[in-house]
Every structure is written in structure tokens, then in C-alpha cells.
Design a protein around this ligand. Structure first.
Ligand code: ATP
Length: 355
């Protein structure tokens, strides 16, 4: 059993700063859990408390049914992979990967077997006799993961393990991390500030801000039903558009026109913020239903398979001084260049109100 449970955990640093506030989180056995949030939100501190590298100020940390607050890192049956890999430069890949087992006085033949097995999983067989200096960034990252795998721990802890890799390699390694975790079925707590990584890797994602967990949910649910504006704006790229709106006479009054109030909206407020995902704006040439308005294109970004446009609502969008620039994922292959105006539509049915 490698369930990890945070029960009302606090971390107060010696200078009084509260980096983690009353954190409760249940990571199930075999689950891939992501902690995501902006820089300084406390996610590394939370991870380091699980690793035993940071003292817990208050609350209980339970691993596999046991309270481990005072347990030394080596007795927690977990393996951590760091952002900077922390490989020993004078050792070969084979020695690096087997080192923890050697320290634990595991017999040589057993170490050799486990290293071979991990090298197979990680496709490092051809590099076992090289030193870290002679490896690529991606290979070094895999060695760091290999060191964790050979220990066959109850849980892996990873702190931004891919952030030193270039964009292409990061995507490749992301797939590998997911594959390895599925193959081994080991509980994973993975810290990142990258919402794309969080959304593609996690069984569930815990979004943190200023030491407080904002929402814990599956990626799909976080995207579709964010609990607050922070989560709504943090998850998704380009980010969700926030638009001032009024709840009036049973309708949601948007700058683009009136819409029915979306299901699930419960508020006494009249002035609200509506959240609209970029893909809910479209070129009206594709589909003339929904709310139509003129959009003046500021920037057009082609991502190959996707086309993003940033626009201002045109003359039909009255309070334009209150309206930030909006982003749309257009669903068409070509749009007129920046500076032109197009008739856009908003799909009223799929619009999400963020409260
Ligand atoms: P990043 O993505 O930048 O690594 P993070 O979310 O992982 O950020 P932490 O490293 O957990 O953030 O730090 C959380 C907060 O605690 C930050 O504001 C940081 O400045 C503060 N902090 C970290 N270590 C200490 C310390 N030893 N003393 C006081 N404050 C600290």
C-alpha cells in the first residue's frame, strides 16, 4: 500500500513565512497525482515534506497507513527525482543507477539484475558504461529516473523533472514518464508549474496558489468545471477569456448579447465574470448560429494544426474599455490578417460561467 495522505499539513519557515497552509490531499495507491501552480505557490515545499527533506510544522503525513512526520527520508520507502538530476559525475550510468542499492548492501548480482531491468524500461542499455558528461540531457534525465526505479519504492516523487529539457525532448520524456508509471503502477507525486504537463500526465491534478490547494480533480473536470477564477485562468492555453457580464431578468448579459444562464451558476451577484474558452469563439462563416458580433483581429498565430486569434470586440461590443483582448481558437485554417475585421460567433451552449 502506498497511499500518501496530507492531513491538515502546514509549513511555516523559520522566518514565519507560511508556504503551505492547511493542506489536505489523498493520493491513492498507484495514482499519478500532479501538484501544479505558479512559482512560489508551495508545491516543492509540499513535495519535500513527503520526501522528509523539510520538517512539517503541523498536521499529519501518512504513507501506506503510517504517520511518517518524524521518519528519516531513507526510511520512507520513496524515491525522489530532482530537476537537476543530481547524478554522480565520476560514476558510470550503471554505477549511478545501482548506487543506492550498493549503499543498502544489496548483493552485487541482484543490483546488476535490477539495473539491467531498469535500463530496459528506460532504453538505456547502450549507455550503461558511459559517464553522465557523455550523455544528452534526455539520457541524463532517464538515468535519474533509473536510480529511482531500481529501488522499487512505494512511491516516486518528482520535482519539475523535465524543466531542463528543450521543448521537443520534454514532450518525448513526458510520454515516457507516463508509460513508465503505468507499466510499474507505482504511486507518483509530480510537481510542475506547467499546466500542459499537468493536464497530460495526471490521473488527478491538485492546483495550488499561495500555499493553498484550490481544486483537486481529473484534468477533464478541471478544464470543464473550474471551482474558481484562478483555476479557470490557470488551466488551458490560450487561457480562458474573462468577460464582464450581468445576471438580469433570468439572462446572462454578455457584451456580445444575451444568453441563457448556464446550468450550475449559483450566485446572488448581478455583476459577474463569464469565462469563455477560446474554442467557444468561432468564425461565423463556419456556423451562423449562436451570438454573432464583429471582431477586429489584433494578432493571428498559426500553430500548424491550430489557429489562434487575439481580437477586440468591434462596434457591437459596447463596454470595450472593460474588455481585455480576447483569444479564440478559430477552428478554421485561414483567417484574414491582423487589422481586419471578421464576423465571429460565440457558441452559447458551450459557454462556461466562471462565477
Ligand atoms: P517554484 O516553482 O518557483 O520552485 P514552488 O511553488 O515550488 O515554486 P516553494 O519552493 O515550495 O515554491 O516555495 C514556496 C514559498 O516558500 C516561496 O514563496 C519561497 O520563497 C518560500 N520559501 C522557500 N524556502 C524558504 C525558506 N527556507 N525560508 C523562507 N521561505 C522559504
Amino acid at each position: 500500500m502506498a497511499q500518501i495522505t496530507f492531513q491538515n499539513i502546514w509549513k511555516r519557515y523559520p522566518d514565519g513565512f507560511e508556504a503551505v497552509k492547511d493542506m489536505s490531499l489523498d493520493i491513492r495507491d498507484g495514482e499519478f497525482m500532479i501538484l501544479v501552480g505558479p512559482s512560489g505557490c508551495g508545491k516543492s515545499t509540499a513535495l519535500r515534506m513527503v520526501a522528509g527533506l523539510e520538517e512539517i510544522t503541523d498536521g499529519d503525513l501518512i504513507i501506506g497507513g503510517n504517520r511518517v512526520n518524524e521518519l528519516a527520508p531513507r526510511d520512507r520507502d520513496i524515491a525522489m527525482v530532482f530537476q537537476n538530476y543530481a547524478l554522480y559525475p565520476h560514476m558510470t550510468v550503471r554505477e549511478n543507477m545501482g548506487f543506492a542499492l550498493k549503499l543498502a548492501k544489496v548483493p552485487k548480482s541482484e543490483i546488476a539484475g535490477k539495473v539491467e531491468q531498469a535500463a530496459d524500461i528506460l532504453e538505456l542499455q547502450d549507455h550503461l558504461d558511459r559517464k553522465p558528461a557523455n550523455l544528452s540531457g534526455g539520457q541524463r534525465q532517464r538515468v535519474a529516473m533509473g536510480r529511482a526505479i531500481v529501488r522499487d519504492p512505494a512511491a516516486f516523487l518528482m520535482d519539475e523533472p523535465l524543466s531542463n529539457l528543450d521543448a521537443k525532448l520534454r514532450v518525448q520524456m513526458r510520454t515516457q514518464v507516463a508509460r513508465i508509471q503505468h507499466q510499474l503502477g507505482t504511486t507518483m507525486l509530480y510537481v510542475t508549474h506547467d499546466q500542459t504537463e499537468a493536464m497530460t500526465l495526471g490521473d488527478r491534478v491538485a492546483v495550488m496558489r499561495s500555499g493553498v490547494i484550490q481544486q483537486v480533480d481529473t484534468p477533464k473536470h478541471l478544464y470543464a468545471s473550474p471551482d474558481n477564477l484562478f483555476v479557470a485562468g490557470f488551466i488551458g492555453s490560450p487561457a480562458m477569456n474573462f468577460v464582464p457580464a450581468r445576471l438580469e431578468e433570468g439572462k446572462l448579459r454578455l457584451p456580445f448579447g444575451d444568453a441563457p444562464i448556464p446550468a450550475g451558476v449559483k450566485t446572488d451577484k448581478r455583476e459577474v465574470i463569464a469565462g469563455i474558452r477560446p474554442e467557444h469563439f468561432e468564425d461565423a462563416a463556419i456556423d451562423a448560429t449562436g451570438m454573432r458580433f464583429t471582431a477586429k483581429l489584433d494578432v493571428v498565430e498559426s500553430m500548424g494544426s491550430e489557429l489562434y486569434v487575439y481580437f477586440e470586440g468591434g462596434g457591437e461590443v459596447p463596454p470595450s474599455d472593460q474588455l481585455d483582448e480576447l483569444a479564440a481558437d478559430t477552428g478554421v485554417e485561414e483567417v484574414p490578417g491582423a487589422g481586419s475585421s471578421v464576423v465571429a460567433r460565440l457558441d452559447a451552449a458551450s459557454r462556461a460561467a466562471a462565477g
